[in-house]
Design a protein around this ligand. Structure first.
Ligand SMILES: Cc1ncc(C[n+]2csc(CCOP(=O)(O)OP(=O)(O)O)c2C)c(N)n1
Ligand SMILES: [Mg+2]
Length: 464
């Protein structure tokens, strides 16, 4: 595996809030009735129960709030009509609302916003290139896309610090770019080339880099990566450090048993897991409305006893701000956060799926909320942080980089099983590499009592 040091994203010194997930900056003007007078989001009240006759809250009923940063709250449902060959999904509700603006970030500087925009562009253009490579017969297996989800993927990874970890899933190729993989690494991987991150042994997204970039490989069994990332946090904790570990699960995958077990474990142990539930409205061809009964998946946080928050997954500023605050919480040792990012998967499940089951009106609605077009408009026309000419140059730069990477990846050799003696091993053996703690000697430490004297013990835990 080619190792490259994990890039770090310098913060501009804009201070973070110590109150987790409570926005204070003035958002852009909007007609949307989703804000309170001070500009903070009107929380979603859940589990309120019937109001008592005198207007007070009865002591037996509890009320929970989930902050919701979105600047619009679309109200529609995807319902199934008919059956068999006539099965059809249709929309019930209103899809006529105008596209909301980008919410002003509390933390991101001009340079950082532009950097995220560039990552998103690279993410998208790389996936277009991958689609073409597939059509040219150069890809071994399928291709997965994060179209429409680039803002969520790139802006969340951008919030990670140098000691934090990433556990990407299939829609998070953008996050892998942000965390130091090059487009050519991802392209080589899809083409199963000899110099791909797994030397041609896997032909899609199952690769990471635990040595340099702090990236755990995706796990196809949905939800399983959450426990691994909780384990990474626990490993770091045993070495005396609280870190943030960011991972993702879909609206479908979040229903798995292991998601519950892992998040509950992280909550109880106060591990720095940052879980983004990518609610992209579809799990394969099943609409989210047919997968669960809660209105918002962030509500699930209540049952774990951790903070939950809703963001517009097509607004990178919202995604960055909540992920940044969740990471800070994690690094302070305050435990996990569940972030629900609402958006739509704008292609089929993978390249083989034409997604004809998705109602055209829904595609139109979300296309108007394209994260790249909106951020571009925000940077060029709203903030005037990029001139049209600079934007043009930036796009050209991305295209040049991508073309060079595409050419390099195509020119890479295929593996030769006969002659490749170095990379035959599928499993690690003791001679393969040394497994050692990353942050320091393992210390046994009481979770709650920082005053308990730490006891140094032999490194008994094999991390990763
Ligand atoms: C435990 C488990 N069950 C089923 C699958 C098969 N599977 C792979 S992707 C997928 C749909 C996932 O939908 P979602 O979690 O919403 O993620 P999205 O593809 O929308 O990003 C399914 C059912 C799996 N990989 N793992
Ligand atoms: Mg989904």
């Amino acid at each position: 595996m080619a190792h490259k040091k994990r890039p770090t994203h310098k913060h501009t010194g804009k201070k973070s809030s110590t109150v987790p997930l409570a926005p204070s900056s003035k958002p852009p003007k909007t007609n949307s009735p989703v804000e309170q007078a001070d500009g903070s989001p009107k929380p979603v009240a859940t589990n309120a129960g019937p109001a008592p006759k005198d207007g007070g809250v009865p002591s037996s009923l509890r009320t929970y709030n989930i902050p919701d940063y979105r600047l619009e709250r679309p109200e529609f449902r995807i319902v199934m009509s008919d059956e068999g060959a006539n099965l059809e999904y249709r929309i019930e509700g209103d899809l006529s609302a105008p596209t909301p603006p980008i919410r002003e970030s509390k933390y991101l500087s001009r340079e950082q916003c532009i950097a995220i925009y560039r990552w998103m562009l690279l993410n998208r253009r790389m996936e277009v290139a991958l689609e073409n490579l597939y059509k040219q017969g150069k890809v071994v297996g399928g291709v997965y896309f994060g179209l429409g989800q680039e803002g969520c993927s790139c802006a969340s990874a951008y919030a990670l610090g140098p000691d934090d970890w990433l556990g990407p899933m299939i829609r998070n190729q953008g996050a892998m770019l942000v965390c130091g993989f090059a487009a050519r690494d991802i392209m080589r991987q899809y083409m199963a080339k000899a110099d791909s991150p797994t030397w041609g042994r896997d032909a899609s997204s199952h690769f990471g880099d635990w040595q340099q970039r702090n990236v755990c490989a995706p796990i196809s069994m949905l939800g399983e990566l959450i426990g691994v990332m909780a384990g990474v946090c626990l490993g770091a904790r045993l070495q005396g450090r609280n870190i943030a570990a960011l991972t993702y699960v879909g609206d479908g995958g979040q229903s798995t048993g292991v998601t519950y077990e892992s998040l509950n474990f992280a909550a109880v142990q106060k591990l720095g897991l940052v879980l983004i539930v990518e609610n992209n409205l579809w799990g394969y061809s099943t609409p989210a409305d047919m997968q669960f009964c809660v209105k918002d998946l962030a509500e699930r946080a209540i049952a774990y006893g951790i903070p939950g928050v809703i963001v517009d997954g097509t607004d990178p500023c919202q995604v960055y701000d909540v992920t940044h605050e969740a990471c800070e919480r994690a690094r302070r040792g305050e435990g996990p956060t569940l972030i629900e990012a609402k958006m739509m998967r704008m292609k089929g499940h993978a390249i083989h799926d034409a997604a004809q089951y998705v109602p055209a009106k829904l595609v139109e609605y979300w296309r108007a909320r394209d994260p790249i077009a909106r951020l571009e408009n925000y940077l060029v026309n709203v903030k005037r942080w990029l001139t049209a000419e600079d934007n043009h140059k930036l796009i050209e730069g991305v295209e040049r980089e991508l073309e060079a990477d595409r050419e390099a990846a195509v020119a890479s050799p295929m593996p030769d099983p006969e002659t490749d003696k170095t990379h035959q091993g599928v499993y690690c053996d003791p001679a393969c590499h040394e497994i050692k703690p990353k942050y320091g000697p393992v210390v046994a430490k009481g979770r709650e009592s920082a005053t308990t004297e730490s006891k140094k013990v032999e490194a008994a835990v094999h991390l990763m």
